[in-house]
Design a protein around this ligand. Structure first.
Ligand code: IMP
Ligand code: MG
Length: 430
């Protein structure tokens, strides 16, 4: 293979790439196969100046999805979109699009065709319509879904009110986050302070807040919310003042064999260290190759890299990433780790998740798919009764795997999460 795939004339010689490199370029990890395909089909109507047929096209998508739910890998949709996943419910896309169009008048546009985000919103709306009345558990990703990346849940009336309304209607609410602080309740509490305080301000009972859980490190640590009498400085505990705290749930309880769910606490140190050793080695190699001014952190069940600050400027005089790591560099690191783990010998036996967190990159033991499945088993729920809301549904994201275990909503900011909650509440009582 020649070192430079670009000829002196500046034309790319594709035969100079390995097939794997070509696949990465063609089958981009930054694309969602289903939405891109739907967009291209709708574009046909747009160029024919037949936007009124968008509704028919939505009905056609609905039919294809129904067929895929039955025929799976033998469906037509599987042929059109090889990367298509599982649909845990039917999706009333025509009705959802009618609702979206009534507000945003997509069909009235002459120069701009339906966009990726508009299709994403339509899919979200259809999913909410389908699950609304039967939803018994909702899980939220943390970063960028409940609070912006790296920040904490502050005072957010809209989001807090939506979550409280769900708790009051008996829905179990879980934060399923990659952030892993073991079973250290106060660490998770400080990230969710604004929400926990709103439980107290709204006088929620212990019984109600007991339905709020945090699953940290993707699937590894479970904590449950309780109202605790707040201690005053003089050491007295007045009955009238409470604080909402997160206390560990024993893994023997939520991963009991009798529940039939996944049991990450029982994965062996050898299985765990095999993944983390390979990932750490690959990360170190990439940090050197790309001259990244990043620091590496290895935890009990995770290894990750993050911007290294001033200290790393001195350590890597010519390089980048001390304050912010480039998306391209994070993606490259993630894809290299994915490849290293794929070819591990002996093969890896346990689930893991490699992802670009926006400002950092991580390999976690287990995944959100495992976390959600374990919660479903613990609460005795079917996938079609659960919903996961997250921001990372590209292949290099960590919400992607949750699609295997339950219907999902793809948002891009906490503001969008609050809006989705309004729709959920509306359809729950429709
Ligand atoms: P999520 O979006 O709520 O799943 O959180 C992902 C973010 O959590 C990552 O981008 C990191 O900034 C942060 N984080 C903290 N600890 C860990 C860990 O142990 N594994 C992965 N991410 C972590
Ligand atoms: Mg996130």
């Amino acid at each position: 293979m020649s070192l430079s795939p670009r000829s002196s004339a500046g034309i790319i010689d594709v035969t100079a790439f390995s097939s794997r490199r070509r696949n990465y370029m063609l089958q981009s990890h930054r694309k969602d196969g289903l939405i891109e395909w739907m967009k291209s089909i709708l574009y046909h109507s747009f160029v024919l100046d037949a936007s009124s047929t968008y509704f028919e096209t939505m009905s056609y998508f609905e039919d294809l999805i129904e067929e895929h739910r039955v025929k799976k890998s033998l469906s037509r949709l599987q042929q059109y979109v090889p990367s298509v996943g599982i649909f845990h419910t039917s999706l009333p896309l025509r009705e959802a699009f009618q609702m979206y169009d009534a507000k945003y008048r997509v069909t009235c546009r002459r120069y701009v065709s339906p966009s990726f985000n508009e299709i994403r919103h339509t899919l979200n709306l259809a999913q909410v319509m389908a699950i609304g009345p039967t939803m018994s558990m909702i899980s939220f990703d943390g970063d960028q879904t409940l609070y912006t990346d790296g920040a904490n849940f502050g005072k957010d009336e809209e989001l807090s009110s939506g979550i409280i309304a769900l708790l009051l209607s008996g829905v179990r609410v879980c934060v399923v986050t990659a952030a892993g602080y073991g079973l250290d309740g106060p660490k998770y509490e400080s990230r969710l302070r604004g929400l926990l305080d709103s439980f107290v301000e709204r006088n929620l009972t212990n019984e109600i807040v007991n339905n709020f859980y945090v699953c940290g490190g993707e699937c590894n640590y479970l904590l449950k919310c309780c109202m605790q009498a707040a201690a005053h400085e003089d050491g007295k505990n007045p009955a009238s003042s409470f604080t909402a705290v997160l206390i560990p749930v024993l893994y023997e309880e939520w991963q009991a064999e009798s529940l039939g769910g996944p049991r990450p606490a029982y994965w062996t140190p050898e299985q765990i260290n095999q993944v983390l050793d390979i990932a750490e080695e690959s990360m170190k190699q990439t940090l050197g190759d790309l001259k990244l001014r990043a620091k590496l952190l290895r935890k009990e069940r995770a290894v990750g890299i993050y911007p290294g600050g001033e200290e790393m400027v001195k350590a890597v005089p010519i390089g980048h990433g001390s304050k912010k790591l480039k998306r391209e560099a994070l993606d490259e690191l993630v894809l290299r780790v994915v490849d290293a783990l794929r070819i591990a010998d002996p093969p890896i036996e346990i689930p893991y998740c490699v992802f670009n967190g926006g400002g950092d990159a991580w390999v976690d033991i287990g995944s959100k798919s495992v976390g959600v499945e374990a919660l479903q088993a613990y609460f005795g729920l079917l996938p079609s009764q659960c919903l996961h809301v997250g921001d990372q549904f590209l292949q290099t994201g960590n919400d992607f795997s949750a699609r295997e275990t339950c219907p999902c909503i793809w948002i891009t900011s906490p503001k969008e999460t609050a809006k989705i909650l309004q729709h959920i509440l509306r359809f729950k009582y429709a």
